[in-house]
Design a protein around this ligand. Structure first.
Ligand SMILES: [Zn+2]
Length: 243
């Protein structure tokens, strides 16, 4: 590999970009998992809420059924009393009571049916919420598995690129190294360097680079972009346009 400063800067830039990407993937994994876990918590709470409402509706329906049964028992009891009644007055009072109970029974029956129907209709929400929960749980497991598989590979690549970076950085002349190190500390590796694009623009911020600066870059001087401060290098196929 050439030790020409242009080549070295280009390689450092490539390595820094790759490291930035790899570190980003390493950081994003747990963040994505955390967000997906949040969805699981949300869907779990939703399912619990739905189950609770369903249980409430079911117990309301059960209560109505009990009321119907109690009313039926009251009617049966009064019919027995009717047969055993000893006075006309008692007989008439019981008959009226039975009529009232029978009228109430039809209302209670309707209410009981309505309650049962309401609970049954609501019950369809349960499998929907269960499926929703299962979906987010499976997504979480898939993401986790994928990330755990990728993590050691990413880490190995990072180690490899860091070693390469050290080798390349060691080739930088002192004047370049001072500027480079300062940029690494202040803006980080990914934003420390920029290539000159279209013969005269900073590849980092698109600022136009003065001809003077381009001439100095060609003379292998460390030149930074006056707008974004990135250390500049020219591409391999650079053509110096004096006009
Ligand atoms: Zn710039």
């Amino acid at each position: 590999m050439s030790d020409d400063i242009r080549d070295t800067l280009e390689r450092i830039h490539l390595i820094q970009t790759r490291l930035y990407d790899l570190n980003g993937r390493l950081r994003r994994g747990p963040l994505v998992l955390k967000a997906q876990d949040g969805n699981i918590q949300k869907q779990s709470a939703n399912l619990a809420q739905i189950n609770e409402t369903y249980q409430k509706l079911k117990s309301e329906a059960k209560q109505k059924e009990l009321e119907v049964a109690a009313n039926d028992q009251a009617i049966a009891r009064r019919k027995t009393q009717l047969q055993e009644s000893k006075s006309n007055k008692e007989y008439q009072a019981l008959q009226m009571q039975i009529k009232a109970d029978e009228a109430a029974r039809s209302v209670l029956d309707d209410e009981a049916l309505e309650s049962i129907e309401k609970a049954e209709q609501y019950a369809v929400n349960i499998p929907v919420a269960e499926a929703e929960l299962k979906k987010v749980q499976e997504l979480y497991e898939r993401t986790k598995k994928k990330f755990l598989e990728e993590k050691p590979k990413i880490e190995a690549e990072i180690t490899q690129f860091q070693q390469l970076l050290q080798t390349e950085e060691a080739k930088l002349p002192r004047d370049f190294k001072e500027i480079y190190n300062r940029l690494i500390r202040s803006v980080g590796g990914n934003d420390a360097l920029a290539v000159v694009e279209n013969q005269k623009y900073c590849g980092g911020c698109n600022h136009q680079i003065p001809i003077n600066s381009l001439a100095q870059i060609l003379q292998k001087k460390p030149i930074t972009c006056s707008s974004c401060a990135r250390l500049l290098y020219i591409p391999n196929d650079f053509v110096f346009d004096k006009g």
